[in-house]
Design a protein around this ligand. Structure first.
Ligand code: SF4
Length: 426
């Protein structure tokens, strides 16, 4: 039997896959950003059996299986259902767009373990059918603090743990044009209710049904309704960022986690299967997903070095300084019909030039002006137009181009680009 596919042109799900140049893209949303190693292995195998063997790690801490057909979607759904990863409807799946810290419950430096908060929010969102009218991209970020904070992650509604002198509260924030607007704090037990009320206000009062366009009088009304404490006694540290995201991250005593980066967020079935097998051999039970294309596993220090060696041996990134982790590149030619440029192949050439020139900034390689791989500004941005790239510095796909780069002379042109910081026309 063939699945009845409701196809929408954006924001893929499992119940509502997105057509792409290489078939349907099916998104898997692990609850609490956590997968058992067995589930990871089964999904890797499913990508080979039911898709084209390619898997993406997304910026919302999800997995995407690519190259699925309308015939293979049904058995893929059956597998996801058996793994408790298939929602009852596309609406429930879409609304539980929640990101939490990948080390939640593991990190002794965190202020609040966000896993139970995320589970409660998921339940409330699934049960509240009115909120199923929010757009599919509407999302929540729950930041418990600690070594891997979610600072800078865009989401319509944010909850962020704050603490002082043993007291812990939850700051409530809204996405605005210039970043997060923190409205005040509430007690931890009231935080899920506050997020739900805020979502209702956005649905009722925002012309786009996104937080960014919620009018200021509606914001004032919700602050009063929720009785948020707007004092600065528990101010948010806006500069809180991770010291390190890849490799060995020591926690306490002999415990540690290992960050395993995936170049461009794309991994093939064979590599992911090998990783799952190596992790199972090292008695690792689960893997955590993150918004920065890095998987995390917990292990004693004695096993951590072996896991790092295993991951590096199959081409994954355990060196935080690797320039590949500072590059965003969309899938490009072969996967997307909007470009003739092999963006990821070009990005690997550019990574070598970044290392050679000691360029420490960020690079975005986009096959066209849509800019799917990154919305934030990058230090250097190449935007495909026809057979060449337009060069932008410190901007986004909407910024004015300052030069043109021909992929035929990419290596030479890239060195000039990273070394001089001046206009490029090769
Ligand atoms: S940025 Fe353009 S070329 Fe790249 S994946 Fe998106 S639509 Fe395709």
């Amino acid at each position: 039997m063939t699945a009845a596919v409701e196809i929408k042109g954006w924001c893929p799900g499992a119940r509502r896959p997105m057509p792409s140049g290489d078939g349907l893209v099916v998104r898997v949303r692990p609850h609490g950003g956590t997968l058992s190693i067995q589930a990871l292995r089964e999904l890797a195998e499913a990508a080979r059996r039911f898709g084209n063997g390619q898997i993406d790690l997304t910026r919302r801490a999800n997995l995407q299986i690519r190259g699925v057909s309308s015939e293979t979607l049904t058995p893929l759904w059956a597998l996801m259902d058996a793994l408790a990863l298939l929602d009852d409807s596309a609406e429930i799946e879409a609304i539980r767009n929640i990101v939490i810290n990948p080390l939640a419950g593991l990190d002794p430096a965190e202020i609040i373990d966000m896993r139970p908060v995320a589970a409660a929010l998921e339940q409330h969102l699934a049960a509240d059918q009115t909120l199923h009218g929010l757009p599919a991209k509407f999302g929540f970020a729950l930041d418990g603090g600690g070594r891997l904070p979610l600072t800078g992650l865009a989401a319509d509604i944010q909850l962020k743990a704050v603490g002082r002198d043993g007291e812990r509260r939850m700051a409530v924030g809204l996405d605005r044009e210039d970043g997060v607007l923190w409205l005040g704090t509430t007690a931890r037990v009231d935080s899920v209710g506050a997020a739900m009320r805020l979502a209702h206000h956005v649905l009722s009062h925002s012309p786009t049904r996104r937080a960014v366009t919620l009018p200021s009088d509606a914001i004032d009304a919700v602050i009063a309704e929720l009785r948020l404490d707007a004092s600065t006694a528990m101010a948010i540290d806006p500069a809180a960022t991770a010291q390190q995201r890849r490799g060995l991250i020591a926690l306490t005593g002999q415990s540690s986690v290992i960050g395993i980066g995936v170049p461009f967020g794309r991994v093939d079935s064979a590599t992911l299967t090998q990783l799952a097998d190596r992790l199972a051999e090292r008695n690792v039970s689960e893997v955590r997903l993150s918004p920065w294309r890095t998987l995390y596993v917990a292990a004693d220090r004695a096993l951590a070095e072996r896991i790092i060696t295993d991951a590096a041996g199959i081409g994954l990134i355990v060196d935080d300084a690797d320039p590949l982790m500072r590059i965003d590149a969309c899938s490009g030619a072969g996967c997307c019909a909007s470009t003739e440029l092999a963006t990821r192949q070009h990005a690997r050439v550019l990574a070598a030039a970044m290392a050679r020139t000691r360029f420490a900034g960020t690079l975005h390689v986009s096959g066209c002006a849509k800019g799917c791989a990154r919305s934030a500004p990058a230090n250097v941005l190449l935007v495909g137009k026809g057979s060449r790239y337009h060069v932008v510095r410190n901007g986004t796909v909407r910024s004015a181009a300052q030069g043109v780069l021909d992929p035929a002379v990419l290596d030479v042109g890239a060195s000039a680009l990273f070394e001089t910081g001046e206009k490029v026309h090769v």
